[in-house]
Design a protein. Structure first.
Length: 132
């Protein structure tokens, strides 16, 4: 191999190392974000699926709004979502009109990304026909 061939080989080795390290850092960051956000989005998914049952049940037979709100708060607490009786007035809306019941639940989950703290905001809107 010529002298120029060795120089080209040395330069390409450094680029390959930096590219590999960049890929490892990017993969580690992706795993970190997945570990932080995965459980939050899974809780939201489970919470929404359980809310569908509450809305269907409330539509099938008359359930007072206060009872629906209490059921939603219990489901939220079961799924690690911070909705309390005090904040329910701002976070949970139950409306009945045109033979339907509409429920809207809003909440946020604080997430700490070591250098950045953000609030993930969720809104779930569901409706069901009423039996009456």
């Amino acid at each position: 191999m010529t002298h120029q061939g060795f120089n080209a080989l040395r330069e390409s080795e450094g680029k390959g190392f930096l590219g590999c390290m960049g890929a490892i850092v990017a993969l580690a960051a992706l795993i970190f974000v997945g570990i932080k956000l995965g459980p939050i989005y899974y809780s939201n998914y489970v919470f929404e699926e359980e809310l569908k049952t509450v809305v269907s049940r409330a539509g099938a037979r008359y359930t007072p709004d206060e009872k629906i709100i209490i059921d939603i708060i219990e489901l939220a607490q079961k799924n690690g979502i911070r909705i309390t009786h005090e904040s329910a007035g701002n976070n949970i809306k139950v409306e009945r009109f045109a033979g339907q019941i509409h429920i809207r639940v809003r909440y946020f989950v604080p997430v700490d990304f070591l250098i950045l703290r953000r609030n993930l905001r969720f809104q779930i809107e569901l409706s069901s026909f009423t039996a009456a």
